[in-house]
Design a protein around this ligand. Structure first.
Ligand code: ZN
Ligand code: ZN
Length: 412
């Protein structure tokens, strides 16, 4: 790709993030989190946001090298307390109805070799400090989106056999493809994609399954669904009924499991990068919703600490369906990044459930959500379980069994 062509793609991408991702409205504030080595994209996003009418763009800069240095050298207490001013800053932007853009680009194993207790402590502290902010995003109060940029270390992990420059350019190309940037009209392409996914969600809602049964090598799992569960896909609406796209790319149709209704075992099919470390080839066993056994060939300690984050991290909060034939899956690229890998595979999430996955949930209190079987936790981490060998049956209240997935793909 020539530099001119790349710059033009990057500008189109920035426009897509602003118009489709968070759908910036007149006089709205924009909160961007991005890495210093992605300054080009961050600046373009800011420019597009102002063009769309933003009143102010705030950027929280991150830096992988500084993040790692802090984990290596800072005092212990730095990881157990989330700064109050950070909490206050996020919450004040939420109160002013800002939109939130996270640009992820970090190396999937940025923190490998770092004391796992420090990482777990910080995940917990940040989870607590950002609780109100996460509640605002998880209930679609504010518009938010997570998108990616091709960081050098990440690119080299994904494309290990080529030079760093080549890896970065290949990863950008994979990102652009995944977000449908090469369509004649990417905004329109997203509208169509959104409609297709909604059709699937609607079909699942019409069936009103009480239970799902997953079978695959290493997996035999039943998941009960809450009576008021709703399958949703892609596009969301915030409290002011403005449409936005919380993840780009997105290929999933998902709902919330009944907290106490998960039984059996499930095996991972792709590595999971969590807290800067990779967890791979793992198996979780459930009894009455609770994770009772954790086994991992790689990253056992990291996974155990994730499950032990709080009480709710022993339960699931999301059930998501993604066909094995999804475009991201067909690219045959292992991204080591959940934003991409979760959209190439059926997945589940450890931790909190989304309020909008329950009928009327966006307006419910935490107690009401709990009564409806929605799990609460300070964490929410997707992990991939789909493969070409996975079958999923839907079971209706009268016992009728309807095939949902056969050999990894939609059966209807
Ligand atoms: Zn998901
Ligand atoms: Zn999720």
């Amino acid at each position: 790709m020539t530099n001119v062509a790349f710059q033009s793609n990057l500008t189109k991408y920035a426009e897509l993030i602003v118009r489709v991702g968070v759908n910036v409205q007149e006089n709205q504030e924009v909160f961007i989190t991005g890495a210093v080595d992605q300054a080009d994209l961050v600046r373009l996003v800011a420019e597009q946001a102002y063009l769309a009418g933003a009143s102010n763009v705030h950027v929280d800069w991150t830096d992988d090298r500084l993040s790692r240095l802090k984990y290596e050298k800072a005092a212990d207490e730095v990881f157990t307390q989330y700064p109050e001013w950070e909490t206050a800053k996020r919450n004040s932007f939420v109160e002013r109805n800002a939109v939130f853009i996270s640009i992820v680009s970090s190396s999937p194993d940025l923190l490998s070799g770092i004391d796992s207790q420090r990482i777990a402590n910080f995940q917990k502290a940040a989870g607590q400090g950002l609780q109100a902010f996460r509640r605002a995003t998880q209930s679609d109060k504010v518009s938010w989106t997570v998108v990616a940029a091709a960081g050098k270390a990440w690119a080299s992990k994904v494309f290990a056999n080529v030079s760093e420059d080549e890896a970065v350019s290949q990863l950008w190309e994979a990102i652009f493809k995944a977000v449908r940037l090469h369509s004649d009209d990417p905004v329109k392409a997203w509208d169509e994609h959104n409609a297709t996914l909604h059709t699937k969600a609607q079909a699942l809602n019409e069936n009103h399954f009480v239970k799902l049964h997953y079978t695959a090598p290493g997996t035999d799992l039943t998941i009960e669904l809450a009576d008021k569960h709703i399958w949703v896909a892609a596009g969301s609406e915030n409290q002011n009924n403005v449409a936005f796209m919380a993840n780009m790319p997105t290929e999933e149709v998902f709902t919330v499991p009944l907290k106490s209704g998960v039984n059996g075992y499930v095996s991972s099919t792709k590595p999971l990068s969590y807290g800067g470390n990779i967890i791979d080839n793992f198996k979780l066993t459930f009894e009455a919703g609770r994770i009772v056994k954790v086994e991992a060939e790689q990253g056992q300690e990291t996974l155990q600490k994730l499950v032990d984050t709080d009480e709710g991290s022993h339960y699931l909060g999301e059930v998501a369906l993604v066909p094995h034939e999804s475009p991201i899956s067909q690219s045959n690229i292992l991204f080591y990044n959940t934003l991409f890998d979760e959209n190439a595979s059926n997945h589940l999430a450890i931790g909190s459930g989304y309020a909008f996955n329950i009928d009327g949930g966006k307006k419910m209190s935490s107690e009401e959500l709990a009564e409806n079987g929605v799990n609460a936790s300070i964490t929410h981490v997707d992990f991939m379980i789909g493969s070409a060998e996975m079958d999923i049956d839907g079971i209706k209240s009268d016992g009728t069994i309807v095939p949902i997935f056969r050999k990894g793909n939609w059966a209807f």
